[in-house]
Write a protein that binds this ligand. Structure first.
Ligand SMILES: [Zn+2]
Length: 235
């Protein structure tokens, strides 16, 4: 191998930068999607509360109508009381009036309770609607942030890719093919720095012969994991 350790080190650094930038670019849309899901959940919450509120209002209207109809009936019966001649009939009417008056008292309590619940749910609905606005603002903020960052990352990535092409010009022959094959398969993990007497990719110790070659500035292939190992001789 005629390639120097410093070139492999440089290639490793550039490939790492490339992976990092690509990772950041991929994370952007995921962050936006997550914020989008939060907005959807907040909207669903509002829609559920709204449906519930509609049901409660329909229920309250129904009960109020029922109460009103019963009141009218009671009123009619009360008018009939003066025209009734028989005592038995009079008593029956009195009983009906008493029973329906009692029923309306119960119903009026139910309506009151329902109206209080409606007030509470309306409060909850307002809070949920504020939650939607908050989620929408957050989504817009993240979308803008990600879009702005994308421009920067893409420009940085082109710069790094150009730098990589330039650095790869220093490779030739079999070594170049080996490097290309390794990088295509493993990306930045195709390379590893020597750490003590070990490959920093798999942490297996290297033989003295391989360590000798590394100390002469020659990159080697790790016999265990196949990574291209280099020694930082400037250290
Ligand atoms: Zn290894």
């Amino acid at each position: 191998m005629t390639v120097t350790a410093s070139l492999v080190q440089q290639l490793h650094r550039i490939n790492r930068q490339k992976t990092d930038l690509k990772g950041q670019l991929e994370r952007g849309p995921k962050t936006v999607a997550a914020a989008g899901r939060k907005l959807q959940a907040a909207e669903l919450n509002v829609s559920r509360i709204h449906d519930n509120l509609t049901r409660m209002k329909v229920d309250a209207d129904g009960k109020q109508l029922q109460m009103k109809e019963r009141e009218e009936k009671i009123h009619t019966w009360e008018g009939q009381l003066n025209t009734v001649k028989e005592n038995r009939e009079y008593q029956a009417l009195k009983n009906q009036i008493a029973a329906d008056t009692q029923a309306n008292l119960v119903l009026s309590d139910e309506i009151l309770e329902l109206l209080e619940s409606i007030d509470e749910v309306e409060q909850t609905l307002q809070e949920a609607q504020a939650g939607v606005e908050e989620a929408r603002t957050e989504l817009e903020r993240i979308e803008k942030l990600v879009a702005d960052k994308k421009v920067v990352l893409e420009s940085e990535l082109s710069r790094v890719e150009a730098e990589l092409v330039e650095a790869e010009k220093g490779l030739a022959g079999d070594f170049k093919q080996e490097y290309k094959r390794l990088v295509a398969a493993k990306g930045e993990d195709a390379m590893a720095e020597l750490e003590g007497k070990c490959c920093s990719g798999c942490y297996q110790s290297l033989t003295p012969q391989l360590l000798d070659r590394l100390s002469l500035g020659q990159p080697i292939l790790c016999p265990t994991c196949g990574r291209l190992i280099y020694q930082d001789l400037a250290r």
